[in-house]
Write a protein that binds this ligand. Structure first.
Ligand SMILES: Nc1ncnc2c1ncn2[C@@H]1O[C@H](COP(=O)(O)OP(=O)(O)OP(=O)(O)O)[C@@H](O)[C@H]1O
Ligand SMILES: [Mg+2]
Length: 272
């Protein structure tokens, strides 16, 4: 028992040292699955990298890691340096990525870990990964208020905060409230809300079509007194490109790409 306690203390010390070289740490959360957290994470990462920042992504979705696929990094493996540090996989724009996916032998292998084991795995990973100097570390989390967000909040005490991703519908509204409250409970600052799949732009005439009950993001933001960071349109290109490993932000003229540029500017301002 003593030994285990010592190991944990050592790992936590290492984490503090390593994280001391990461300027900003932001987690991307949502109450519900499938609202676009991972899509938002990779595109935010790209938007920061395009501004010249050094960026890392921690894919903390242990059961359903999707970041490697979205960045065209499927099948890559983590390397270990001579000094026994774990080296992140380097993606587009030099974005450094750590994901459970790089450790799995087989795509179909389910990860059957319980809470304490997940915490231990994340702790060890964070203790051993050599990110180097980073301006921004983005953390993609699984949906809801489970073990991973809790672990991350405990392991990275100096987080800048979370961004909450939502889609504009009533059900989504109540789950977003839950995740905002969850963040507050963990004493994490909510940097703002991103409303994804906010509207559809008609590809023929450019008209803005509100597919869902729009404005939910704004309503929640107002009721909690937190900023609405941006509204990202539903764009078929987004999912097509995510599937092929090219973040859509690369298409500079798209409304989605512009929305991400604005979100990043707002985050920069909030943190400086
Ligand atoms: N703005 C958008 N326009 C079109 N498709 C989108 C948009 N945002 C996300 N998608 C698509 O919706 C699906 C779900 O997105 P994503 O995987 O990012 O969600 P998630 O919240 O990370 O899901 P999970 O909860 O499973 O981790 C993906 O196929 C993605 O390509
Ligand atoms: Mg995801």
């Amino acid at each position: 028992m003593e030994e285990r306690k010592k190991l944990i203390e050592e790992q936590e010390k290492k984490i503090r040292e390593r994280m001391g070289r990461v300027k900003h740490k932001i987690a991307v959360i949502s109450g519900k699955g499938g609202v676009g957290k991972s899509t938002v994470t990779v595109n935010l990462a790209m938007a920061f990298a395009l501004k010249g920042y050094s960026v890392g992504i921690l894919d903390a979705d242990i059961h359903g890691p999707t970041i490697p696929k979205m960045l065209g990094l499927k099948g890559r493996k983590l390397q270990v340096s001579e000094s026994n540090d774990i080296i992140p996989v380097s993606g587009p724009m030099n974005i450094k990525v750590i994901s459970m996916d790089f450790l799995l032998q087989n795509d179909e292998d389910p990860v059957v870990w319980r809470g304490p084991l997940k915490m231990a795995a994340l702790r060890q990973l964070l203790a051993e990964v050599e990110w180097g100097e980073l301006d921004y570390l983005l953390i993609d989390l699984p949906p809801g208020t489970g073990d991973e967000p809790l672990s991350i909040a405990q392991l990275l005490p100096e987080m800048d905060g979370v961004v909450v991703v939502t889609i504009p519908s009533e059900v989504s509204e109540s789950v977003v409230k839950k995740s905002v409250k969850f963040a507050e409970l963990l004493r994490m600052r909510v940097l703002g809300i991103i409303e994804n799949m906010s509207y559809l732009l008609c590809p023929k005439c450019g008209e803005r079509i509100e597919v869902f009950n729009s404005g939910a993001g704004r309503k929640i933001a107002e009721s909690f007194g937190i900023p609405l960071l941006g509204q990202i349109p539903l764009d078929p290109k987004v999912s097509r490109e995510a599937d092929s490993g090219v973040p859509f932000i690369i298409d500079f003229n798209s409304a989605a790409s512009k929305a991400f540029g604005e979100i990043v500017s707002k985050i920069e301002k909030a943190l400086n």
